[in-house]
Ligand binder design. Structure first.
Ligand SMILES: [Fe+2]
Length: 293
């Protein structure tokens, strides 16, 4: 039985290296201790190939301190700028990993580049669950559902848990705008349509973003704005901005943009659900395809 009036508690964790927000969604003080973990980070140093678990451990410590039980380990999309900590969190605390069924399109796009099919199933079996569009599920005492919000990538998914909306990179805070749309399968047109879906939610709903890049470093990183605030003030998709205006500016701003530093390691590890895949004599590798992107 879900509770319609209870609002989820949301704890955000900011990784300053990749400007990523990770979240734990739970019901504080409730008898139902089940929680969802969204978009965790595995720290990775591109020069040495070393991983660290400080970012994910902060999330794990919080969950342990609160006495929560991990029900879901969710991804909003295949991140291109950080490695997911989902496999590590799952290994430590359990829970079901999940992502949108549209991941299959992303797997199809990248398989001819990485040739990792031996340890990266094209059917998405590396995730415990792949969500259908509009699928309904629960997080502890809360009703939740997903909506497909493509644009930044073709598989971006928004998780709506009670009144809390986790958009990944589909939208950012009002003074930042939206996620770039120039990755394979990305589309500014789709991104505008997705923002319209999100902005049609009730004005009081809380939108939590996947990253924050405070303009000119003038404010501290934040993670939430209400739908009403986004409608009134989002610099790219707020009220009054037409699709044509948005698409023109988004494409112009994305043109020639630098590839994220961790793109190649991120995509291949994240497509495997956060693991480095098959080892050779106990050594795992990251592939760096030459002249392919
Ligand atoms: Fe992203």
């Amino acid at each position: 039985m879900t509770n319609q009036t209870l609002k989820p508690d949301v704890r955000g964790f900011f990784d300053p290296v990749t400007a990523t927000w990770s979240y734990v969604v739970y019901a504080d003080g409730h008898a139902d201790k089940r929680c969802a973990v969204i978009d965790t980070v595995l720290d990775y140093d591109i020069h040495s190939g070393r991983t660290k678990t400080e970012s994910a451990d902060r999330v794990i410590d919080f969950i342990k301190k609160k006495g929560l039980e991990v029900q879901w380990v969710l991804e909003t999309h295949i991140h291109a700028d950080h490695l997911t900590g989902s496999a590590y969190v799952k290994e430590k605390l359990g829970g079901k990993s999940a992502i949108s069924k549209h991941i299959l399109k992303v797997l199809e796009t990248w398989e001819p580049i990485f040739h990792n099919e031996a340890d990266t199933p094209l059917m998405g079996y590396q995730f415990d669950h792949t969500f259908a569009d509009d699928e309904v599920f629960t997080v502890g005492p809360f009703e939740a559902h997903i909506i497909h919000t493509p644009g930044h990538t073709p598989a971006d998914t928004t998780y709506i848990i009670g009144d809390a909306v986790f958009v990944g990179d589909s939208m950012f805070l009002p003074d930042v705008g939206t996620g770039r749309c120039d990755f394979p399968g990305g589309s500014a047109d789709d991104s505008y349509n997705s923002s319209r879906k999100l902005l049609s939610l009730p004005e009081g709903y809380r939108m939590y973003v996947g990253h924050d890049y405070p303009p000119n470093g003038l404010r501290a990183p934040q993670c939430m704005a209400t739908i009403g605030e986004q409608k009134r003030a989002n610099v790219r998709v707020g009220d009054g901005i037409t699709k044509e205006q948005y698409v023109t500016k988004r494409n112009k701003d994305d043109h020639g943009k630098e590839v994220p530093k961790l793109l190649l390691p991120s995509i291949q590890v994240n497509l495997r659900g956060g693991t480095f895949g098959q080892a050779t004599d106990g050594v795992q590798y990251v592939k760096l395809p030459v002249d392919k992107i």
